[in-house]
Design a protein around this ligand. Structure first.
Ligand code: ORO
Length: 302
């Protein structure tokens, strides 16, 4: 009932793991796969090892989490060994892999994408980390840089390429237009929303990086509106992410125009098997309303 096809790839369900949570090691990906995800997205991986920002890198706030991990990762060569360890098993479980990558410029993005291509089903371009200097949002807030990165990666690989967008822009349609013009196969929205928390006793920001990206329930309505706008303006598949905790949240994103959803912070609140729970909740809704998954994608626009 939840099988879906996106860019010619079959997914057993449209409820995926978002990048950044539990994506650091092969065994963590396997754990999420066992929790019922239709696909797992890796932590964003760069060309070289990166220790990330200093602690504290995460703090719980009203409605979610504020993080400034700083894209920590072991570098693409070492990370691919992690994927190699679990690839066959994920395949047997019918769980697809989305490889999230970042880089400092289009050459670096293309190089990492080429290395990843053989190990994953889709490449997700993280051009939207809110607090990585010289990477992430610096690229995703600039339509020309976004175009160049997407164009270079599209030229470098044959598998589908999705761009993950930042909501920290004045006009997300301008950025989305640039990446669609560059030929991306789909869009992922949204990355986290810039925020800050201050320890009033220490009288300074809590995160070592001072500011970070807000995820969780607090950003769901922002994500829904972005997905709605993207669906109105573009004819490529959209993966919705931001504050999804339940089947109802996932359905809301789908009715706004998402073909699939990703869950990150929700794993903390509902456990590793949140993917199975959300799928069951979607199925109950579809049965109650006598609808199919295909019918609900973009339904609120009609
Ligand atoms: N944090 C986010 O909120 N988004 C990203 O894309 C990456 C990070 C991080 O690694 O800090």
């Amino acid at each position: 009932m939840l099988k879906t096809n996106i860019c010619g790839i079959e997914f057993k369900n449209p409820v995926f793991l978002a990048s950044g949570i539990m994506g650091e090691t092969g065994s963590a990906l396997k754990r999420i796969a066992k929790g019922g995800a239709g696909a797992v997205t890796t932590k964003s991986i760069g060309l070289n090892p990166n220790p990330g920002h200093k602690n504290p890198t995460i703090v719980e706030v009203y409605g979610g989490f504020l993080n400034a991990m700083g894209l920590p990762n072991p570098g693409v060569d070492e990370y691919l060994e992690e994927i190699e360890k679990v690839r066959d098993e994920l395949n047997r479980m019918d769980v697809r892999i989305i490889g999230s990558i970042y880089g400092k410029d289009e050459e670096e993005f293309a190089e990492v994408a080429k290395k990843m291509e053989r190990y994953v089903d889709i490449i997700e371009l993280n051009i939207s980390c809110p607090h990585a200097k010289g990477y992430g949002a610096t690229i995703g807030q600039n339509p020309d840089l976004s175009y160049d990165v997407c164009k270079a990666v599209k030229k470098a690989v044959k598998i589908p390429v999705f761009a993950k967008l930042t909501p920290n822009v004045t006009d997300i349609i301008e950025i989305a237009q640039a990446v669609v013009d560059a030929g991306v196969d789909g869009l992922v929205a949204i990355n986290t929303v810039r925020g800050m928390a201050i320890d009033i006793r220490a009288k300074k920001p809590i995160l070592a990086n001072k500011f970070g990206g807000l995820s969780g329930k607090a950003i769901k309505s922002i994500g829904i509106k972005v997905v709605w706008d993207l669906y109105e303006n573009f004819d490529v598949p959209i993966i919705g992410v931001g504050g999804i905790m339940s089947g109802e949240d996932a359905i809301e994103y789908m009715m706004a125009g998402a073909s699939a959803v990703q869950i990150g912070s929700g794993v903390y609140y509902r456990g590793y098997d949140i993917f199975k729970k959300v799928c069951d909740e979607i199925i109950s809704f579809l049965k109650e309303e006598n609808l199919t998954l295909e019918e609900i994608v973009g339904m609120a626009h009609e």
